[in-house]
Design a protein around this ligand. Structure first.
Ligand SMILES: Cc1cc2nc3c(=O)[nH]c(=O)nc-3n(C[C@H](O)[C@H](O)[C@H](O)COP(=O)(O)OP(=O)(O)OC[C@H]3O[C@@H](n4cnc5c(N)ncnc54)[C@H](O)[C@@H]3O)c2cc1C
Length: 392
């Protein structure tokens, strides 16, 4: 059996791992010139945590996790308004949670792949044609690859989805925010940080800074923004929106990279009526983006890949197996998307009064971490890989 996977992110690499081990020929095409790495901090738990355990990768994941003691909220002057320990989140997940860089998870998956996975970087999909017994994938290099299955694991702005399912505007639900992230190295800033995620907030915006290893730091931003308002110059937009936040932020913004190296996107969910077409299937954010509001996109990408692989390896039916995968995973995604939307208005409150109320509620709930903003999602009781079963 042969599969073409578009996208070497968390979802694509996870699926490649499973299928290559089962003897499938796997070709991964990736738009970026190399593995992207880096990114931002993610909390990784639930079905995805179970999936990396099943893959035997949990020790490596835990080894490369980031130690975060909690979140410390500050007002625009830098005054501490609240601290939320991470320990309560750990308890809630019975210790089965790690905080790590998204890119580190990607690296672990990449390093674990066998030699049978072929990669083509700086390459994407240009056209897709399906017949009863195969899919022909025309690459941007002009080559045509024949396979049993094409997997679109190419993220929120999926090209495969655009080609096989329709234009993005039909599927993307804007949640009212833009987000940005970058890494930088600065010994003076690192020296002022401990193992807390420092979160500076003002009405309508928040900026998080934390120390990684040595002098390396990560910055993450989220601010209210209407739909269809992605800026031409993301760096200029960040500097303009966050100019009034004080404390460390002016120095942090001095490290903001040029727009092509800055992650900047809208916060959005993807909702499609179907995740499959005959011999074409979507995976990860391409079909199930829950957004950072629901905080489990990476975890659900790994879990989704595990379920898709399980179904494909059950009978090798590249048409029926994707339908079974969708039936098993979609209900959990619908629940998480709904929960994420419920938190949307409180994620970055628009007024000072709401901001105070939100911080007080968080403190009461003792829900820590970026995902601590999302306690309604985190308290899903049966949030395990083996709960992804077909609906009765
Ligand atoms: C600020 C922030 C915080 C987050 N926090 C969390 C968290 O705490 N916990 C959590 O679980 N999740 C979190 N997420 C979500 C998580 O990062 C995503 O859900 C996850 O990365 C999705 O993985 P993916 O492989 O589906 O897509 P992606 O990571 O987007 O990977 C897609 C891959 O496809 C490639 N690609 C794109 N277009 C093309 C193309 N046309 N052709 C070829 N290749 C292409 C890309 O270069 C990339 O390598 C967060 C997201 C953000 C933005």
């Amino acid at each position: 059996m042969r599969v073409v996977v578009c996208g070497a992110g968390i979802a694509g690499l996870s699926l490649a791992w499973w299928l290559e081990r089962a003897g499938w020929e796997v070709l991964v095409v990736e738009r970026a010139p190399e593995q992207r790495g880096a990114g931002y901090l993610i909390d990784f738990f639930g079905p995805g945590y179970d999936a990396v355990e099943r893959m035997g990768l949990l020790p490596r994941v835990r080894e490369r996790a980031q130690r975060v003691a909690g979140v410390r909220y500050r007002d625009p002057t830098g005054r501490v308004t609240g601290t939320i320990p991470y320990s309560s989140f750990l308890r809630l997940q019975r210790g089965r949670v790690v905080t790590m860089m998204r890119g580190e998870l990607e690296n672990i998956l990449f390093e674990a792949l066998g030699p049978g996975v072929e990669f083509r970087y700086s390459t994407s999909v240009d056209a897709v044609t399906t017949t009863d017994d195969h899919v022909a994938v025309t690459l941007t290099t002009g080559e045509v690859e024949r396979a049993d299955l094409l997997v679109g694991a190419d993220g929120v702005h999926s090209r495969v989805r655009g080609l096989a399912f329709g234009p993005e505007r039909r599927f993307l639900r804007h949640l009212g925010y833009h987000t940005a992230a970058y890494l930088f190295t600065d010994p003076a800033i690192a020296a002022r940080l401990d193992d807390h995620l420092e979160m500076l907030e003002a009405p309508g915006l928040q900026a998080g800074v934390c120390r990684l290893d040595g002098d390396r730091c990560a910055a993450v931003f989220a601010h209210r923004a209407p739909a269809d308002s992605l800026p031409q110059d993301a760096r200029a937009r960040l500097r303009e929106r966050y100019a009034d936040l004080g404390w460390l932020l002016p120095e942090v913004l001095d490290h903001c990279p040029e727009p092509s190296r800055l992650y900047y996107d809208e916060v959005a969910q993807i909702e499609t009526a179907s995740w499959t077409r005959p011999r074409v299937v979507l995976l990860g954010d391409a079909c199930q983006a829950v957004s950072l509001l629901a905080g489990q996109g990476a975890a659900m990408a790994v879990a989704g890949a595990c379920v898709l692989a399980e179904e494909l390896l059950r009978d090798g039916d590249a048409v029926a197996a994707p339908l079974r995968y969708e039936a098993r995973v979609r209900p959990a995604i619908v629940r998480k998307q709904r929960a994420g939307r419920r938190t949307a208005d409180w994620f970055v409150p628009a007024t000072r009064a709401r901001l105070r109320l939100r911080t007080a509620v968080l403190r009461l709930a003792a829900a820590p971490g970026l995902t601590g903003l999302l306690s309604p999602v985190l308290t899903t009781p049966a949030d395990r890989l083996n709960s992804l079963r077909p609906p009765r």
